[in-house]
Write a protein that binds this ligand. Structure first.
Ligand code: HEM
Length: 243
């Protein structure tokens, strides 16, 4: 599998390199991809080896694909169970993009105005609340020598060097001590401007090694969520679920 992936990626990169300036033209015409952008960088584009580019592409696929797909699926799921929030979402999308806009029109709006998502407070709140209840990723770290951590009761632990420590975003995001008694409920208003964001939100982890793709993920999911406006009012469960 790895061999096939490597071979195909190498061929894809070689095609781009052979195409030369075409990358630049494609990117300017908004038809390029992330590899075009990397190759266009005056320093990185010239110095990066093919193996390094393959690794970078794999990271983008691995870190950026399933995470975003899962977020979108859960957003649709929660909206299907909360018709009132769905109505509010549709209202905001209509106001910002106009009625019955196609995904490519929405994408173009984002390209023309990269700050457009700042007008989508409620859409972002829906995405963040879906990510809170069903986070697709969480940080894992290797314990450095003499690493120590304390529980909330004050008990100290010294994990052996090299222990992998996984912080469960799912458990932290549903902890009533962090989010209140309604921690298990879908309430996007928690993330509306003006409401303080609890420290325990780690959907994109915390610095210094937090997600570098969070803004891209928000853009992608915002664009796709707008498709919800193009389908009818009702949802039908694929497996006989009742809504
Ligand atoms: C909803 C979508 C996404 C979620 C929930 C998410 C979540 C996360 C989390 C929790 C981490 C930290 C992992 C750790 O510390 O062990 C992370 C790291 C990372 N993410 Fe994302 N991610 C998303 C989308 C993306 C996208 C679209 C890209 C790029 C195209 C991306 C690229 C990365 C990279 C490169 C890292 C490693 C950063 C580093 O180690 O310095 N992610 N992401």
């Amino acid at each position: 599998m790895t061999r096939i992936l490597n071979t195909q990626m190498r061929a894809y990169i070689q095609d781009k390199l052979d195409a030369g300036n075409e990358s630049q033209l494609k990117w300017k015409g908004s038809k390029g991809d992330i590899l075009d952008l990397a190759l266009l960088d005056p320093d990185y584009g010239k110095s990066a080896s093919t193996s390094e580019l393959v690794d970078q592409l794999k990271t983008f696929f691995f870190a950026g694909h399933d995470t975003t797909a899962s977020t979108l699926s859960w957003s649709y799921y929660f909206l299907s169970h909360h018709p009132h929030e769905l109505l509010r979402l549709r209202k905001e999308l209509d106001e910002v993009f106009g009625i019955n806009t196609t995904p490519s029109e929405v994408a173009k709006n984002f390209v023309d105005d990269p700050k457009l998502h700042t007008k989508l407070d409620f859409t972002l709140a829906i995405i963040k609340e879906s990510l809170r209840l069903e986070p697709p990723a969480a940080p894992a770290r290797e314990a450095i020598p003499n690493y120590q951590f304390k529980t909330t009761s004050g008990k100290a632990f010294y994990p052996p060097d090299g222990t992998m420590i996984y912080i469960s975003a799912w458990m932290l995001h549903r902890n009533p001590r962090v989010w209140g008694d309604d921690a298990g409920e879908f309430k996007p208003d928690r993330f509306m401007p003006g409401n303080p964001l609890p420290w325990g939100y780690i959907a994109f982890a915390k610095r210094p090694r937090d997600c570098i793709g969070s803004n891209l993920a928000y853009l992608e999911v915002c664009t796709s969520v707008n498709c919800i406006n193009l389908v009818g009012e009702d949802y039908f469960g694929a497996y006989g679920e009742k809504f």
